[in-house]
Design a protein around this ligand. Structure first.
Ligand code: 15L
Length: 277
């Protein structure tokens, strides 16, 4: 078995967003140095528990990205655009910005990257189907396409340059599931933290795709690949189900959003004359 990579300094990109702020808390003290980067200013560094370094970088600026990545052993890449947007914004944040990050990581000798991909890379699978990590991508948006691109670029940088990647198709991160769709894709802060740590620390990770979801009874995913790597989710959305469902009773629903896993991402701009099987 290969040795676990040594993680001294870990960079979180997109550290000012919801997931980044959550991981800043749950990873405090886990690694000696956390470098927190975003394009927007983020809360000042703290010193108790672990050293924090604060950085402000536009991912489209390669020279700045090289400085952001310098000296890091591992990266949790959350940066870029986190939902559907114009092609120009997606191109800049999630294609150019992603390429810059991986390329800078290669040059800097980064050993591991946990890539925040998304359920929207496979959002056009119907809810009636259980999918695993081996299905072909079926993006539901320009955003979903950029996440599929991230999985492909990670595969290239793993095969050609030996960086270990855990691509986590994140469902919906938060303290609780916020609607009926999220009962199937919710991930709690502590469960996502567990997956991130597997990605950075497990000795065998070369290139893996897993679903970033808690152990939800209503899941649409067969997350065998995560379990194989030792993931043991502690949370399940089920105790929240009755309350979430009763809050939605009587609400009008879009049939395309309801049919497919990606929900409203599938229904936006939808004008197909007939549904693909
Ligand atoms: C995502 O990928 C987004 O980043 C997040 O904002 C949510 O829209 C989530 O998916 C979801 O599907 O709920």
């Amino acid at each position: 078995m290969p040795d676990a990579p040594k993680m001294h300094r870990v960079l979180i990109t997109g550290a000012g967003g919801g997931i980044g702020r959550g991981l800043r808390e749950t990873l405090r003290g886990v690694y000696p140095v956390l470098r927190l980067s975003d394009r927007i200013p983020i809360a000042p560094a703290r010193r108790e528990g672990a050293i924090e370094e604060i950085d402000q970088t536009e991912l489209a600026d390669m020279a700045a990205v090289e400085k952001m990545v310098a000296g890091c052993d591992g990266i949790i890449h959350l940066g870029g655009i986190s939902g559907e947007n114009s092609w120009e914004k997606i191109l800049e944040g999630n294609i150019v910005g992603l390429y810059n990050t991986f390329e800078a990581a290669r040059k800097a000798g980064v050993k591991r990257i946990v890539m925040a991909t998304s359920n929207h890379a496979v959002g056009f699978y119907p809810r009636a189907q259980t999918i695993d990590h081996r299905v072909t991508v079926r993006p539901d948006s320009r955003y979903g396409v950029s996440k599929a691109f991230s999985e492909a670029l990670a595969s290239l940088y793993s095969d050609k340059h030996g960086i270990g990647f855990l691509c986590v198709r994140i469902g919906n991160f938060g303290d609780r599931p916020i609607d009926s769709r999220r009962l199937s894709i919710w991930v709690s802060p502590r469960d996502l933290t567990q997956l991130v740590r597997i990605g950075l620390e497990h000795p065998d990770v070369r290139y893996e795709i897993v679903y970033g979801v808690s152990g939800n009874q209503r899941s649409w995913y067969d997350n065998t690949n995560a379990y194989r790597l030792g993931y043991k989710p502690e949370d399940d959305s089920e105790p929240q189900a009755a309350q979430v469902l009763s809050a939605e009773r009587g609400q009008a629903k879009n049939p395309i959003a309801e049919k497919y896993q990606g929900g409203t991402f599938c229904a936006q701009e939808y004008d197909a004359p007939s549904e693909r099987r």
